[in-house]
Design a binder for this molecule. Structure first.
Ligand code: ADP
Ligand code: MG
Ligand code: ZN
Length: 483
């Protein structure tokens, strides 16, 4: 029997608001444990939650950008369970009437655009963080940090439509890119700003029935999601092939051992006793508000990429890389305001600039070569006053000192000689000094052409434009030949 996997992903994205979802506490990451708490987010009796408007605004942005249908009215519900990181013993989330439903995120697979359909996006609060003794030394006791309690999240749930682990990886990359473009989430997985649970089942290839799924948690990188899915798909295939039953369960991924360990059999929604939170009114979102937010949506990755291909005649590959972040796209567009060869500029950024960003582990906005300086240096290459080889040298100097190209060219005396007359004089000089070689050349020893070029370059300390040298030298030798 041939199998095919079916995957659905649930992603929690932490929203980049300054304060929490139902109180005024700060959401700043990495602060002293329990320093950002109050009676509301620690679940003290008698307190009342007040919904943060910014959270709804950010959720609207995401809904618009995924073409998801925002519900006129949605409900904040209590999801009840006990755990030490949840002081209220319920999480405020959404269940029966989520914030929005439907929509999609687009990915590009082998050159064609494909929609990954979403089931829903809903708003909820985060729980605290447990620190277990393995991670620090505290005589075997666990500690709890409530700073994360009440930090706003959106949960983005896909339909069971993802057909392989690498498509899951691609989807996550694109989802993160969208969230970061919208500036509603910083996308930082190490800080837990983006967390993913992966659901997977296998079925007979071509079947339209879904198999029994398992859900993998504790995935802390996109590559981890991909690996965990590969592992779980193989495990399920083996079970089915050997005639065993798949049970619906939750597994924990162990990234060190690359295995998934069963955690618990699957809980059902009714175990959570969801009900509308009586402390919060239903959430009404009117069209006027949605429309005013529409105008704040920036150019999104797909549109930017297509525009780069069209406007600058870039390859799909280059456009993809240059639009990976808004900032890199801006850097490219600022650069090409100062030069004409878009393709060359894009290649320079992709090879030379990104290499340095990788080496220094910095972002483009922290790069000390300003785009206008890179652009004007590339312009000099286009005009021929700087050779490609010199350009590398100048660029290296620019990355060290941050100075504009012109200043470095002057300082180092790196300007190329493109004055034909000056080159012509040097050529005459060299031919004059090497009359033996000239007569050998005229009598057929054409290999000596390179020798003359070498001498000329030496005399100009490598600064003569090689193209002009070649042309002028050829002309002069031809004249001598005919004499
Ligand atoms: P749960 O109640 O277990 O959270 P949901 O129906 O809400 O399950 O779905 C959670 C995620 O699992 C969604 O992304 C959905 O697409 C995916 N999913 C549901 N059923 C399957 C299945 N049989 N195989 C793979 N993925 C599935
Ligand atoms: Mg689930
Ligand atoms: Zn608080």
């Amino acid at each position: 029997m041939e199998f095919e996997p079916v995957i659905g992903l649930e992603v929690h994205a932490q929203l980049k608001t300054d304060s929490k979802i139902f109180c005024g506490c700060s959401t700043k990451f990495g602060s002293e444990p329990n320093s950002q708490t109050c009676p509301v987010c620690t679940g003290m009796p008698g307190v009342l939650p007040v919904l943060n408007k910014k959270v709804v605004e950010f959720a609207i942005k995401m809904a618009i950008s995924t073409d998801s249908k925002i519900a006129d009215k949605s409900i904040l519900a209590r999801k009840n369970y006990f755990y030490p990181d949840l002081p209220k013993a319920y999480q405020i989330s959404q269940y029966e009437e989520p914030f929005c439903s439907g929509g999609y995120v687009e990915i590009q697979l082998d050159g064609t655009w494909k929609k990954i359909f979403l089931t829903r996006i809903h708003i909820e609060e985060d729980a605290g963080k447990l620190l277990h003794p393995e991670t620090y030394d505290m005589h075997g006791k666990s500690k709890v940090d409530f700073n994360r309690c009440g930090v706003p999240l959106i949960e983005i749930v896909t339909e069971p439509v993802i057909s392989s682990p690498d498509v899951a990886y691609l989807y996550l990359t694109k989802l993160k890119q969208l969230l970061v473009y919208l500036e509603i989430c910083n996308g930082n997985m190490e800080e837990g700003s983006l967390r993913c649970d992966a659901n997977v089942s296998v079925r007979e290839k071509g079947s339209d029935k879904l198999g029994i799924k398992s859900e993998i948690k504790n995935l802390n990188s996109f590559k981890g999601v991909e690996k965990a899915l590969e592992f779980e798909i193989e495990r399920q295939k083996k079970l089915i092939t050997s005639g065993e039953k798949i049970i619906q369960e939750t597994l924990l991924w162990d990234a060190n051992k690359n295995i998934a360990i069963p955690m618990r059999s699957k809980e059902e929604a009714h175990d959570y006793r969801y009900f509308p939170d009586p402390d919060l009114v239903p959430l009404w979102v009117d069209n006027e508000w949605i429309n005013s937010i529409k105008s704040e949506i920036p150019e999104l990755p797909k549109n930017k990429k297509l525009r780069f291909i069209e406007q600058y005649n870039l390859s799909d590959y280059n456009a993809e890389i240059l639009t990976a972040t808004k900032e890199l796209g801006n850097y490219f567009e600022e650069t090409v305001k100062h030069c004409e060869d878009y393709k060359k500029a894009s290649n320079w950024i992709i090879t030379e600039v990104l290499k340095i960003l990788n080496e220094k582990k910095i972002e483009i906005n922290d790069f000390n070569v300003k785009p206008e300086n890179l652009g004007s240096m590339l312009k000099s290459v286009e005009e021929g006053t700087v050779s490609s080889k010199m350009a590398k040298e100048i660029f290296e100097e620019m990355t060290l000192s941050g100075k504009p190209a012109d200043a470095i060219i002057k300082e180092k005396g790196l300007v190329q000689i493109i004055d034909t007359e000056e080159i012509s004089k040097t050529i005459d000089d060299i031919l004059e000094k090497n009359q033996n070689e000239v007569s050998l050349y005229i009598n057929g020893k054409e290999k000596l052409f390179g020798f003359f070029v070498g001498q000329i370059m030496k005399a100009t300390k490598g600064k003569a434009n090689p193209k002009i040298v070649n042309e002028e030298l050829r002309k002069k030798l031809n004249i001598l030949k005919k004499k």
